[in-house]
Ligand binder design. Structure first.
Ligand code: 26Q
Length: 802
């Protein structure tokens, strides 16, 4: 049906009738979307089965990437492009009078992630399949993804994201792949004929049912699997005596409790909340995944000791780190191995990446909660801890402080990052700077004890999704200039560098950007009713809203700019459009007030006739993968201005770079490596260095008042916050005001002066379009390093050994 346009059209029309009982004229966009996606799914299903058969036959080592988050984005266009059938379909549909883009828009984004960590997992799935590696994902099939963000009167309002309402065209329910997960109850340990028998009783069972989604490789006939687990009750399995004994109400309560486990994604990317449910989710993911991984392994091999030869398991941050005691449980209680053997296998199978050093995001669980919810897992964790502490004692006799710091169970808490390091063969950070901070600060004692475990794997992004799919015009222009080999080998983007002074390429890329900006401007008009000038400089700050990401610093610059315009002390060399987007965790009040502040500022500035449209401020609601795909190709300037040392890597920075935006950024995360690749002339770096920030934290914060008193601009801006501009909203901004003036944990005031100076440099550079385009070409040319293909090749070679 995908061989030629005529065959496709006929198949499409037939299927429209058989699925929806309609002809083209009567069909809705949704009918057409489901018709097309079911055809694509059918088309890829044979290859999917073949990939699995191939893995089975050649005994390939399998990687399993365990993650609480997979932020996939829409899949129709991706799947069609990756199987090489996009143009055929789009042309054939257009002959039927159907615009394929309208069908693409029908698909809801599976928003099963919060931000960077979740999107990284999705880009990794893309690279694993596209590079022909046997790598699969294991996650949770949340009924509700990350909340939908509405803006009401400038405030964020969260609405449930029921992405499954119309069904998910890409999933296959595998009822025969289901496993029982046990919560609560008691553990009895007895000895029979020298063997230890562990019996878990009175637990509450939950059924994990697999829903598989195909992860399609780029034009290479590899299709891997993302397995998402759905939590279901076992009411159906209860017999009548049990049911009548417990009563109907009881059974329904049980059903509700169990289904709640895969009900929704935690909308919190830093603060631990809803503790018990989150711990249940983590164990649910881990236990289902490991049972399924071990079951597959046993169908193909009989010696458990060879597990690490055939299987690598990676935990995406500490969220799935219960994989360590769970694998121990399976090996000992079910496969009857001894502790030492089981430990050897476990630590040779599991590896771990840390994604943040923010103290509030380091997971710990109270012993009480852990023990009552997961009694067997607790016993195993305690034993891991005791054995580890014994070794520590030999190495550091009497050094109680060090031992307490390294222990897994201490101060009435189970420390997940400690468990992760002790039970993994590799521990890595996600940029050079971040890995250094892990080894020199956060996990210093561990790095001394296990130096061979630590390494760096700088993040990357899928150039296929973020360039080929998101920016077709740029893709075409690049290929016209240097050929197409960069698509399978993104490092070859480097040959663009030879054209950095080529005026015709500079003009061509300027035209591409202009086109993308026009497209975004008309979308913004449609979405917000605000007119933005496509010839203004698009300065873009899109990511989760968090104090450390310093949206406030950007806002301060805008207020200052606005003030200078009003006072006639500045004329802008180029009109500017500041674009913001991002969600705040629902319980994070400061972040929500920042959103309100952006919207309040936008209202004032966008309606002020006296500044002649020289300045516009836009907040785009409900940021996610699809909106990122619209915004990033149209950006001139990429804001990456986190407090130095706080952003582990950042991946948005790489997406902008690849799309030819210039970065204004701090010496943080992967910005530093970007600067190394392109040279400091081609990026606008500013602000405190990470070691300066860390020194301030160690020796007590800097004196905010001094900075405030010395800079009249800051006095003015802070005043405006509380009174002036927003007198009506003063109460909302009071907390921002005081958090800055009392403490300024993230050095907003401290970095303000050099940020403004650097922004002036940005504007000045923009007036020289030749120079700007030259820098932009250098950025694109060096962005190949930040392809997730490079990252995945490093993981497979150094860590997973596949
Ligand atoms: C923890 C406990 C309870 C509830 C939620 C959480 C939680 C959830 C999500 C903690 C952290 C996260 C997500 C972290 C994250 O996205 N980190 C980002 O990871 C990216 C990929 O490595 C980096 O580029 C970013 O710098 C980093 O912030």
């Amino acid at each position: 049906m995908f061989t030629n346009k005529e065959a496709f059209k006929q198949a499409f029309l037939e299927r429209l009738v058989s699925m929806h009982g309609k002809g083209v004229q009567q069909s809705t966009l949704s009918d057409r979307y489901y018709t097309l996606s079911s055809m694509v799914r059918e088309y890829i299903s044979t290859t999917w089965v073949e990939t699995n058969d191939y893995y089975k036959e050649n005994g390939a080592k399998q990687v399993y990437y365990l993650s609480m988050e997979f932020l996939l984005g829409k899949l129709l266009k991706q799947n069609l492009m990756y199987v090489g059938k996009y143009s055929l379909c789009s042309e054939a549909l257009s002959e039927l009078g159907i615009d394929i883009h309208e069908l693409e828009e029908q698909e809801s984004d599976p928003a099963l992630g919060n931000g960077g960590l979740g999107r990284l997992a999705a880009d990794f799935m893309d690279s694993l399949a596209s590079l022909n590696f046997a790598g699969h994902g294991c996650g949770i099939r949340y009924k509700y993804g990350l909340f939908e963000q509405k803006i009401v009167d400038g405030y964020q309002v969260e609405v449930p994201d029921y992405w499954l309402q119309e069904g998910n065209a890409w999933e296959v329910r595998k009822s025969d792949r289901s496993f029982q997960i046990r919560f609560g109850g008691k553990v009895n340990i007895t000895e029979q004929a020298g063997e230890i028998i562990v019996e878990h009783v009175d637990y509450e069972p939950v059924l994990a049912v697999a829903y598989d989604m195909p992860m399609v490789g780029y034009q290479n006939s590899t299709i891997n699997t993302l397995r998402l687990w759905n939590a279901e009750s076992m009411v159906k399995d209860m017999n009548l005596t049990e049911l009548s004994k417990q009563g109907y109400h009881h059974a329904m309560e049980y059903k509700r409790r169990t289904e709640a486990i895969s009900e929704f994604l935690y909308p919190d990317d830093s603060t631990p909340e809803g503790k018990a449910l989150r711990l249940k989710q983590q164990y649910f993911l881990v236990s289902a995944s490991l049972q399924s991984i071990v079951a597959r392994f046993k169908r193909l091999h009989d010696d458990m000791k060879s597990l690490p030869e055939y299987i690598a398991i990676h935990t995406n941050d500490t969220h799935p780190v219960l994989a360590i005691p769970e694998l121990m449980r399976i090996l000992m209680d079910e496969e009857h191995l001894g502790w030492e053997e089981a430990w050897e296998i476990t630590t040779n199978t599991i590896s771990f990446t840390n994604h943040t050093i923010l103290a509030e995001a380091l997971e710990t669980w109270s012993i009480d909660l852990f023990q009552s919810l997961l009694p067997r897992i607790y016993l195993i964790t305690e034993e891991i801890n005791e054995r580890f502490c014994k070794q520590l004692w030999i190495r550091y006799p009497d050094d109680w402080d060090k031992i307490r710091n390294l222990a897994i169970v201490a101060d009435h808490q189970v420390k997940m990052v400690n468990l992760a390091v002790v039970g993994s063969h590799h521990v890595n950070g996600v940029s050079k700077l971040h890995s250094n901070i892990l080894q020199k600060e956060l996990l210093k004692d561990f790095a001394n004890y296990f130096p061979q475990k630590f390494s760096n794997k700088t993040n990357g992004i899928s150039h296929r999704r973020w360039l080929l799919m998101a920016n077709p015009r740029l893709t075409e222009s690049i290929s016209e200039t240097i050929g197409t080999s960069w698509i399978s080998n993104p490092n070859e983007l480097r040959s663009l560098k030879a054209y950095k002074d080529d005026h015709s390429l500079q003009d061509l890329l300027a035209d591409v950007k202009k086109h993308n900006k026009h497209k975004l401007a008309s979308w913004i008009q449609k979405e917000t009713g605000i007119t933005v000038d496509p010839s203004s400089l698009f300065d873009v700050h899109v990511k989760r809203i968090h104090a450390y990401k310093r949206q406030l610093l950007n806002i301060f610059h805008i207020i200052d700019l606005y003030h200078r315009l009003k006072e006639n002390t500045t004329t802008l060399s180029v009109p500017r459009t500041f674009i913001f987007a991002g969600k705040a965790a629902p319980s994070y009040h400061l972040a929500k007030n920042i959103i309100k502040l952006i919207n309040a500022l936008a209202k004032v500035i966008n309606h002020d006739k006296s500044i002649n449209d020289q300045l516009k401020v836009i907040f785009i609601k409900n940021y996610g993968v699809s909106i990122a795909e619209k915004i990033i190709p149209a950006a001139d300037v990429s804001e990456q201005i986190s407090t130095a040392s706080k952003e582990a890597s950042g991946t948005g920075n790489m997406k902008f770079m690849m799309n030819g935006a210039l970065t204004i950024g701090t010496h943080d995360g992967a910005n530093i490596e970007m600067a190394e690749k392109i040279g400091e002339d081609n990026i606008f770096l500013f602000g405190l260095k990470p070691d300066e920030v860390l020194r301030y934290y160690a020796n007590g914060q800097y004196n905010v008042r001094d900075v405030y008193e010395e800079d009249n601009r800051l006095k003015y801006i802070m005043d405006q916050l509380m009174y002036g501009l927003f007198s009506r909203e003063r109460a909302d901004f009071q907390s921002i005001y005081y958090s800055l003036l009392n403490h300024d944990e993230y050095f907003v005031l401290k970095d303000f002066a050099c940020y403004v100076e650097t922004q002036n440099k940005v504007a000045h550079t923009y007036t020289n379009q030749q120079e700007w385009q030259r820098k932009s070409i250098i950025n694109i040319a060096q962005s190949g390093y930040f392809s997730s293909d490079r990252t995945i090749n490093e993981y497979t070679e150094d860590i997973w050994k596949i």
